[in-house]
Design a protein around this ligand. Structure first.
Ligand code: HEC
Length: 161
């Protein structure tokens, strides 16, 4: 009888223990956190789980080495934090602006062409690592840059793997 009570108590503890763990994961990656600004005009878009997984994978492959935790190695004044992105000219705190940056990077004030200084898809001769990036890949990795700050612990690391 006592043994059965103890077993029931243990079972109950395990039963309740699993809730906070499940909730934490579900709360972080939900429709709200996957919804981000698409363009400068205020349009938004919601990334699918698949798009975000692809963006996460590509970010780890090509960006984390310099942008771990959204910081920027060698020039952290120009980080991937939302405030820094918003302060650029033109502002870069939306998905299409980051896609554009990965095609045609420019200095923070928009004045200088950085295609020779920052990875991009238009100079495969200098940056062969982005040679196989499709238009979807650019979209997904740019989307990840805007979702990741909301999932602090995963910034530059893995949400999925
Ligand atoms: C070899 C290091 C390096 C790699 C790899 C790299 N970056 Fe960068 N990134 C930088 C540096 C340095 C800057 C700041 C440039 C400047 O001074 O304007 C920067 C700036 C940026 C900015 C502009 C930030 C702002 O606040 O305006 C974006 C967006 C960006 N990187 C995205 C990416 C993405 C996405 C990848 C992966 C596909 C990537 N970077 C890979 C070094 C790197």
């Amino acid at each position: 009888m006592v043994k059965r009570l103890i077993l029931t108590a243990i079972a109950a503890v395990f039963f309740f223990l699993q809730f906070p763990i499940h909730n934490a994961t579900a709360l972080e990656l939900n429709e709200k956190t996957r919804t981000i600004p698409l363009a400068e005009d205020g349009q938004e878009t919601t990334l699918s789980d698949q798009q975000l997984a692809n963006g996460n994978r590509l970010f780890i492959r090509e960006c984390t080495q310099c942008h771990l935790q959204g910081k920027t190695k060698t020039n952290n004044n120009v980080s991937l934090g939302l405030e820094d992105l918003a302060g650029a000219e033109p502002r870069r705190d939306n998905l299409l602006a980051i896609v554009d940056y990965l095609k045609q990077p420019t200095s923070y004030d928009g004045e200088d062409d950085y295609t020779e200084f920052h990875v991009n898809v238009n100079r495969p001769d200098i940056y062969p690592e982005l040679r196989d990036f499709t238009e979807e890949d650019l979209y997904d990795v740019s989307g990840y840059v805007l979702v990741a700050p909301k999932l602090d612990s995963y910034w530059g690391g893995s949400i999925y793997f």
